[in-house]
Design a protein around this ligand. Sequence first.
Ligand code: ADP
Ligand code: MG
Length: 329
Amino acid sequence: MTDLVKVRDLSVTYPRPRRSGGPLHAVRGVDLTMRRGETVGLVGESGSGKSTIGSALLGLVPAADGTITFDGADITRASRADRRLLARRMQVVFQDPYGSMNPAHTVADTLAESLRYNLALPAEEIQKRVLRALDDVGLPPGAARRYPAAFSGGQRQRIAIARALVMEPDFIVCDEAVSALDLSVQAQVLNLLARLKETRGLSYLFISHDLAVVRYLSDSIVVLYAGRVVERGPAARVAESPAHPYTRALLAAAPVPDPVVQLGRRTERLRAVAAVAATPARPGTGCDFAARCPFAQEICRTTRPELVDREDGVAVACHRYDQITAQAA
Ligand code: ADP
Ligand code: MG
């Protein structure tokens, strides 16, 4: 079976004035593969390039290098017309749906907008799809006549999901889709996304800075640091026994219910933070994470580590992989 999404050696650059260092390399040589029905989690701290990868997939920013394939077709430089066709299949849910909703439009209009723009469907079919999508996200039919301001944050996120669903896509980019919500509401929306994945056969590129959130929905996880993949593998393996020192720091930052475990992780995190001050950064050479890494040695500062396949389908870009895993065992 062909992969649904295949990203090869993707680089994305944002123009920047020369006095601030020239072009910003937001994404550098990223590979990513998704099978149909699979959810890939993309995790990394703010500024690591997660949204840029999502935007490149959706055609919102151009690829400077590399290729993006969707269901066997190269869409790296898809035309505007092709993008319109692709919108039926690729949708997006952002962190702040309110920002992308017109407050003067009812929920029905908000949901119908892209249907009208991208598909020439009869009014009854539009109405049918809108009501079905609302039902799918757990909102009553009456919600269609109301305005976005009448809803809570969690409900608005459900409306945003419904807006993606009306197109009947097979792929949705969820970019920090639950990050602004309270923990209990977050759990409800995550459950909803998990259920839709099953009932609608969806694949998600699930983007979040929170490893615990990513873990919940993902089959595999890709960890991004400074625009590069530093670790990739089955979700349970990456989230529960991370190998890369950066992933370990992300895990340490994720809140856990057990206070003793939490304290241990806090100590590990503080140690990682203290290491930042101790190690001088030499940008451009070596591992991007070296200056912050408690395990860094001379080679880490001079030679960039390749992303190397290890065991169990895990790939890690780290010179100290063997020592760190031996120490953890
Ligand atoms: P993330 O989603 O992981 O927080 P982003 O992909 O938004 O990261 O950003 C990656 C880098 O690219 C950051 O340094 C950010 O400041 C920069 N960046 C993102 N969008 C733009 C843009 N439209 N123009 C210029 N720089 C951008
Ligand atoms: Mg982002």
